[in-house]
Design a binder for this molecule. Sequence first.
Ligand code: G3P
Length: 218
Amino acid sequence: MKFFIDTANLAQIREANDLGILDGVTTNPSLMAKEGIKGTDNVMKHYKAICDIVDGDVSAEVISTDFAGMIREGEILASIDEKIVVKIPMIKDGIKAIKHLTLMGIKTNCTLVFSSGQAILAAKAGATYISPFVGRLDDISYDGIQLIAEIAQIYAVQGFQTQILAASIRNPIHIIKSAQFGAHVITSPLESILALLKHPLTDIGLEKFLADHKKSNS
Ligand code: G3P
């Protein structure tokens, strides 16, 4: 399973990349706004800066909601760097845009996926990735991980090549369960990735090893 980081924060992207386990980055308009990135030129420069850090796919989201606008934006975003994956919302024109960009050889990530039906449509259109939002489903008392499992089963039975990118990850359990139930990729805040490191017995065990070493060497 690939690990993407879900942020537009360059320091956090560098920190995750330095761990040696980073396979890509996802962003969205909210994450770009959080970093204060405004205006087309700055947005383009920021995506380029992200591409220069990470050796992997970088999702950049369109803000148009009509077919022509999404295609226009998608082509511009894809021209920034070959690592760019154009992120397209799961709407009717979005499906058409995914099909069109796929035929042009541009990678796509279909975002805002909340059902298996949406996942089937995006795969039919040839999306490189689909992003089911695990955390936002959990927020409204649906089981986000169950959706990952269901889509993984459908894609396996049907032989779809689209990769399941578990998004809206909120905690390390989401990462573990996504891996268990067949996500090809998770995209997560740095905090949840680093939380995978933690176990109290690791800390206690290390402390004891170091204390014993000190005793026998003093
Ligand atoms: O990039 C899409 C996604 O990961 C959003 O996460 O936490 O805003 O639901 P969140």
